[in-house]
Design a binder for this molecule. Structure first.
Ligand code: FMN
Length: 303
């Protein structure tokens, strides 16, 4: 009997739906699947209010982690761990980081093959680099990564995702598509569990190699990588500045996040369009480099 542990933290239930679809064809008489939700001790709101949302920024960026409840009834001999997580401010969400830094995680992840499953707006590449470090610290072995992103990519989801997060409403409006991941993408995630059902019976997880190759587990857009790297660096600096102004719910913190939000608005109307233009020109001369970068960040599963 193979034993698979599936862990996730989802607010609206979107990642939960992805995970449920992912594992729908996995269990049978030879494969046991234990599905466990990670629960923060102090719950986060959903939908969010502006200041609740923006105040989470420093702790998320600096990977401080949010304290979570111990997970009950875990066994200690899992053959594979599937970890579902969302992205908060270009980093793994704070409850996931909190869990990965817990004593319990140290015990269950040690020396285990891990598959990460991401469901987010559109920017997960740098967060996955942080995830690699967190898993490395636990002596876990990342063998696959699957990433599903919101429909109406790029510029549309910059509007539709925050609107959904702050109203709870995913409906389309004006010329914008609905928020969140396409239902068909969620349904099709069952192909990953189906593959695992086969390869676990062949003991393939013991080889330490990717199990989900050739299934379009990820699709990295090379043109976005430079922006993600710049945004990740600048967010670290801002996170430290905002932290300096005060802890959560203090006047100093609210003042600093207001200044940061204003800075972002100015950025969106000045530097961002300029950056898009410059990148469009540069990308024409860097096609090979972009393809190389895509391949690098699409590891270990690839397309
Ligand atoms: C505080 C916060 C910050 C977020 N930052 C990002 C981000 O940097 N990149 C991204 O692609 N998605 C971002 N998202 C979207 C989430 O990754 C995810 O798609 C959404 O919260 C729905 O997940 P759920 O299953 O927990 O409801 C953010 C969401 C929240 C709540």
């Amino acid at each position: 009997m193979k034993k698979v542990l599936v862990l996730y933290y989802s607010q609206s239930g979107q990642l939960k739906d992805v995970i449920n679809s992912f594992i729908s064809k996995l269990p049978d008489s030879e494969i046991q699947v234990d599905l466990k939700a990670i629960e923060p001790i102090e719950k986060y709101p959903f939908p969010w209010k502006f200041y609740e949302f923006s105040q989470e920024f420093p702790e998320a960026v600096l990977l401080e982690g949010h304290e979570v409840k111990e997970i009950e009834n875990l066994e200690d001999d899992y053959d594979l761990i599937i970890l579902g997580y969302t992205i908060w401010f270009l980093a793994p969400s704070s409850p996931i980081v909190g869990f990965l830094k817990s004593e319990q995680a140290k015990k269950i992840f040690n020396n285990k093959p891990v598959i990460t499953v991401i469901a987010c707006r559109d920017m997960w590449v740098m967060a996955q680099e942080k995830m690699k470090t967190l898993l490395n610290d636990l002596n876990a072995n990342l063998i696959d990564n699957v990433a599903l992103t919101d429909q109406g990519k790029g510029i549309y989801s910059f509007i539709t995702t925050p609107k959904w997060l702050m109203t709870g409403n995913k409906d389309p409006f004006w010329f914008f598509p609905p928020a969140g991941i396409l239902q068909s993408d969620i349904d099709n995630a069952s192909r990953f569990g189906q593959r695992l059902n086969k390869v676990l019976k062949e003991d393939k997880e013991k080889e330490g190699k990717a199990l989900l190759t050739g299934l379009e587990a990820v699709n990295v857009n090379g043109k976005l990588i430079a922006s993600e790297i710049i945004a990740t660096r600048s967010s670290k600096i801002w996170a430290k500045i905002i932290n300096f102004f005060g802890k959560k719910n203090t006047f100093g913190r609210k003042f600093a996040v207001t200044i940061y939000a204003m800075f972002l608005v100015v950025l969106v109307f000045t530097i961002v369009p300029l950056n898009i233009l410059v990148r469009k020109i540069l990308n024409k001369f860097q096609k090979e480099k972009l393809t190389e970068l895509e391949k690098k960040y699409e590891q270990p599963s690839g397309r």
